[in-house]
Ligand binder design. Sequence first.
Ligand code: SF4
Ligand code: SF4
Length: 401
Amino acid sequence: MENLPTAVSKTIPTPTENPTRSLPEIFNSFSEARKNGFLAVKKLKDQGLGVVGVFCTYTPVEIFLAAGLIPVGLCSTSDETIPEAEKTLPRNLCPLIKASYGFAITDKCPYMYFSDLVVGETTCDGKKKMYELLGRFKDVYVMELPQSQTRPWAHEIWLSEIRRLKERVEEKFGLVITNEKLSGAIRERNLERAYLKELYELSILSPPPLTGLTQLSLLFGVQYKFDHQSKIKEIKEIIAKLKQSYEIGARPVPASAKRIIITGCPMGGVTEKVTRVIEESNGVVVAYENCTGAKQMDRQIRENGDPWKALAEHYLGLGCAVMTPNLARLELLGRLCQQFSADGVIEMTLTACQPYAVESTTVHNFFRDRNLPFLTLETDYSTGDLEQLRTRAAAFLETLP
Ligand code: SF4
Ligand code: SF4
């Protein structure tokens, strides 16, 4: 353990498997997954497996899985290292970028520490320029992401970027990624997406069988569980237990709670404060449209035909504000609002995130035309704005019919 990053807690318990765990115990294992997952990654590293750090939902992680590598999410979700990052990066930059960079330079992120390769994409300007700085002390590979899904050549560009990534991974780790291996990884991830979708779609029920905070901790935590089989088993177990408790009358959410869809920037860690203030004001978050939720799990990768083309098609179709126009986000949002019988939509934007801040007007207009109440809450990774968020969320929820 002597080579671990300095700030990693030395007392993190080894995750245990217990088939008779209660629902709260399973929920805990997900909410603690990020903290506990580093031991699992270390163990896998010790077995000689390679680790690839990723920042974005556009990253085609099936390539790493097909290569027998472990993809890990690197986006940081606390402000702990932002002061250190601000010695290099401008202060008026999105906290996600500053925190991620800060954790990297201070050696405080075990996942960054263990990453043999870091893969980024040319999404927003802040992120892509941060990758240049990160490249001074990590092996960073940046994919060129087209900024439009409607140009006829966008698909060709992205497909060639995916093939280039394949070559980079093969060269770096000295292996060959066959079509068969990629198809297997696609099937594996599709299965995970399908079960996670089934899990969050339980909140279509009224009242939902789980709170938005629980849903968030499950969706966020799952990315730090690295064993496919046991992960699927746990998700299935949660679904079965939630259904069973609901059938016998468990109602963790009051029937009067207003049903909210969250959209905007990715969430997790300190930004769960947004869900918390909603749920403390007689609201319940029934679905997350953002990268922590449905955006990742709503669609499946095509399992027939050329797997490389299917991969490119799938990832290019994601509805992020870095795309222009970003029609996929509106399509998904509209569908989720209907499916989950939403009373209102709350958008969370991170301070200084230009793509989401500017696109907010488009989303606002979209909901105004559909007569669905919409609120934007801008926040950062501090807790200093908690009272302000609470006041604004409560005022919004009170206006809902
Ligand atoms: S919001 Fe956009 S840039 Fe950020 S992780 Fe999601 S897809 Fe990537
Ligand atoms: S939240 Fe916005 S500014 Fe921050 S990394 Fe994502 S797209 Fe870029």
